[in-house]
Design a protein around this ligand. Structure first.
Ligand code: ZN
Ligand code: ZN
Ligand code: ZN
Length: 343
């Protein structure tokens, strides 16, 4: 039925195709397909949901205390927690999307959603650091002195404990499953902890007559936040920009390829790129012309399986075969096996 809304109809068709069970892995290899099923998906999603819940709880507590005490400082912190909630929702979205299997619109899988989510989250942290610095500037320029009621201090101390526990828990899940999105979420909880620590230090300084301590601590935390956010942002951007994996991974891949190169064979055009914690690679094998298609396929399949099984980072290895005679001149990056028998 022709729709009056062609774009909506097209999206609907795409969704239908996506849902129909997509098999885009080369060779339909079960091992490669298994690599696209994330065993940590449930744990990661639970962790992200917990961080959303913690932020909702913090907003509720801070909002209630601000309402009953009329404290602007607590209200400002509740405002910050709304940012935190947005960031943790992004973490949840990234983790949930990344665990989807490959489909028509994302045949290489969804692992990069983690990197995109992480980039947005660290950008939010950078933005908050700028807010903190601007606030310090305004306070210094206007000579405004902070009046902080005891209730506000109690709330800050209580939420510091929550931030610490959340950062530790999320950090552990992120390390276990190599999750960029949860790593950024854990980092955000850490920065909240530092910022609140700085605020407490400033309050203490004010009581002890060291007025300079408040802006100094706030600026120091803002600087550390910007620095760390930039570092994490760069790391996740490199993955988004198809940067080659570490030399250690490349070394492992080349070791296996070298082991599989029999007499008179070689490989070239090894290409690797990252998605989330994974590496996707493709490589061309040069084989003698007399090798049968079945033999060539056996070798290519074995190499692909070994790469996926023995290098934990490799999710998908596409191995292409061609006869030596295909080349007028050898590829400049070709790595050759032992010379063919001279008999
Ligand atoms: Zn095959
Ligand atoms: Zn925050
Ligand atoms: Zn070749």
């Amino acid at each position: 039925m022709p729709s009056r809304w062609p774009i909506i109809a097209a999206v609907g068709r795409r969704r239908q195709n996506d849902a129909r069970g997509y098999n885009g892995t080369v060779g339909g290899d079960e091992l490669t397909e298994a690599r696209y099923i994330d065993p940590g998906a449930r744990t990661k999603r639970l962790a992200a949901a917990a961080s959303v819940a913690v932020n909702v709880l913090l907003i509720a507590i801070e909002g209630a205390v601000a309402y009953f005490t009329g404290s602007l400082a607590v209200l400002a912190d509740a405002g910050h927690s709304v940012f935190d909630l947005a960031a943790s929702l992004f973490a949840y979205w990234g983790v949930a999307m990344a665990s989807r299997p490959p489909d028509q619109s994302h045949p290489y899988g969804h692992a990069k959603f983690e990197n995109f989510s992480s980039l947005v989250q660290v950008a939010l942290v950078g933005l908050i650091a700028v807010f903190i610095a601007v606030e310090v500037g305004v306070r210094l320029a206007t000579g405004h002195r902070l009046q902080v009621p005891t209730a506000a201090i109690a709330v800050v101390v209580a939420t510091i404990v929550v931030d610490y526990l959340a950062a530790r828990y999320l950090g552990r899940v992120a390390r276990t499953y190599g999750s960029y999105a949860l790593e950024a979420d854990a980092f955000h909880f850490s920065t909240d902890l530092w910022a609140k620590g700085a605020a407490l230090t400033g309050l203490l300084g004010g009581r002890l007559g060291a007025e300079w301590l408040d802006p100094a601590a706030a600026l120091a935390v803002a600087a550390v936040m910007v620095y760390t956010a930039a570092r994490l942002g760069l790391r996740t951007s490199l993955v988004l920009l198809d940067t080659a994996p570490s030399a250690a991974v490349e070394g492992e891949v080349r070791r296996i390829l070298a082991e599989e190169m029999g007499p008179g064979t070689g490989y070239h055009s090894l290409r690797m790129r990252q998605a989330g914690k994974w590496v996707h690679l493709d490589v061309a094998l040069d084989l003698p012309g007399h090798v049968t298609l079945a033999e060539a396929h056996d070798l290519a399949c074995r190499i692909s399986r070994r790469l996926c099984q023995e290098v934990p980072e490799v999710r998908d290895a596409v191995v292409y075969v061609e006869p030596y005679s295909h080349h007028q001149e050898p590829e400049t990056d070709r790595v050759s096996g032992p010379p063919p028998d001279a008999r």
